[in-house]
Design a protein around this ligand. Structure first.
Ligand code: C5J
Length: 233
């Protein structure tokens, strides 16, 4: 049993029943020219989450932890895109339109895929989801049940949208989630802060909040905290 220093209190977990869930680290959100920018956002704040998320990903792989990735997006024929979602945002271009990274938020396009820093490797399932939550209309429940997963370490973008929605869905299904604050990011710093507060408030109403250094420390207690925090590479 390992314990991650977390709020509102320590998060206990065992590696065989825990998965790292990497949510929507797609070019469409993280880079200019994708869905995030089409909605009027400055995408640069999301880049901050990549180095901590990459460190956690590597440490979890080294520890033998199961890793799952998600991608938000739609079939090329847009048959799984609700009209209400397509028109929302009222940008010049929207889901399905062609942008500099291919059709916005469409499966198989460059923008839809995951950025290199945290790219999945063989054996790591990639769950394609049409919504914000990773449980809606996906095989995620089957994957978690098949591998006996009870706990989720969560990194991803954006904190208050797909991360929060997924953690709430997971909590209702009985999964224990710890969200890594520096492994997540939002276009809006205040939403990031509030999104995390909402998870850990009221005794951890939806789950726990921690950070990448605490996870690295829990996985390898012998590494000094400065190295876990990215001070040494
Ligand atoms: C958004 C997401 N923000 N992955 N999607 O629309 O959080």
């Amino acid at each position: 049993m390992a314990t991650v220093d977390a709020e509102p209190y320590g998060f206990d977990f065992e590696i065989p029943t825990t998965a790292l869930l990497m949510i929507d680290f797609q070019r469409d959100f993280v880079y200019p020219g994708g869905f995030g920018e089409a909605l009027g956002n400055d995408t640069s704040p999301l880049l901050k989450a990549l180095p901590p998320a990459e460190r956690v990903l590597k440490a979890c792989r080294a520890a033998g932890m199961f890793v799952i990735h998600t991608r938000e997006g739609h079939r090329p024929d847009l048959s799984d895109l609700p009209p209400a979602k397509k028109v929302r945002g009222r940008g010049k271009i929207t889901i399905g339109d062609v942008g500099p990274m291919g059709r916005i938020l469409v499966r198989g396009e460059l923008g839809h895929d995951i950025v290199e820093e945290v790219y999945p490797i063989d054996g790591e399932p990639v769950v394609d989801k049409p919504g914000k939550g990773a449980f809606y209309a996906t095989e995620l429940t089957d994957v978690l049940e098949k591998y006996g997963i009870e706990n989720l370490l969560v990194c991803g973008v954006t904190t208050e949208v797909c991360v929060n929605t997924t953690v709430r869905e997971a909590n209702d299904r009985g999964y224990r989630c710890v969200v890594l604050a520096d492994g997540c990011a939002s276009y809006f710093p205040e939403f990031h802060e509030m999104g995390l507060k909402m998870i850990k408030a009221q005794g951890g109403i939806f789950g726990w909040v921690s950070n990448s250094a605490a996870v690295l420390q829990a996985l390898s207690p012998e590494i000094p905290l400065i190295a876990a925090a990215g001070g040494l590479r």
